[in-house]
Write a protein that binds this ligand. Sequence first.
Ligand code: ZN
Length: 225
Amino acid sequence: MKILKPLYHPRHKQIDTRGANERGYTYRWQQYAKQFLREHPLCARCEKEGVTEAAEVVDHIIPVRGPYDSLFWVASNHQALSARCHSIKTREDDAKLAQSSTYSTRVVIVYGLPASGKTTYVLNTMERGDIIVDMDRLAEAISGLPRHSRAETLLPFTASARDAIYARLRRPSDINTAWIITTDINAARRLSSEFGGSMVEMKVDEEERQRRIAMRNQDLGATGG
Ligand SMILES: [Zn+2]
């Protein structure tokens, strides 16, 4: 059984004066990082810009608070970066951490086009007891209709349910992480600045994405959605 620990309390950890070992960067991590860099030799950030640069550091995409953070060893939260990109990202992470200090729950915004793998990513990365804020799931919960069936009349209700969760997130809670799923990059940016949350972009090959959408529509047709 997984024990939930209140791991993420940025208001107590604004300045991290602990040594590398205490922060989790142990011999075990170094060995893991070496292997990870062999498998991912290029900087992920540069690659997104179409630039080829050698990776030197294994970065936590969503910043972690130490070895007991549920996201420390989760492979889907690791990326290879060059030293230059890592130092830029660390500065960005620190700025967000300062912003998020008024909230007790870590907020992660996962954005990307429909069928880009957002839900799969969250399910593979989250910890038991976290929450997912996703309009499709909320619509499914209140309507009994299959997901992605796009009942437009539900929209005001799902939006109200979502806003109630956002409002609750502004108050203290024992939830470690809230995962917000959206297709709207502007909404993602707004939420990130409001909650000081990390943004994770889901990208997938366009051909693969279209294939998934076709499969999804087939499933909905079969269930009468
Ligand atoms: Zn880079």
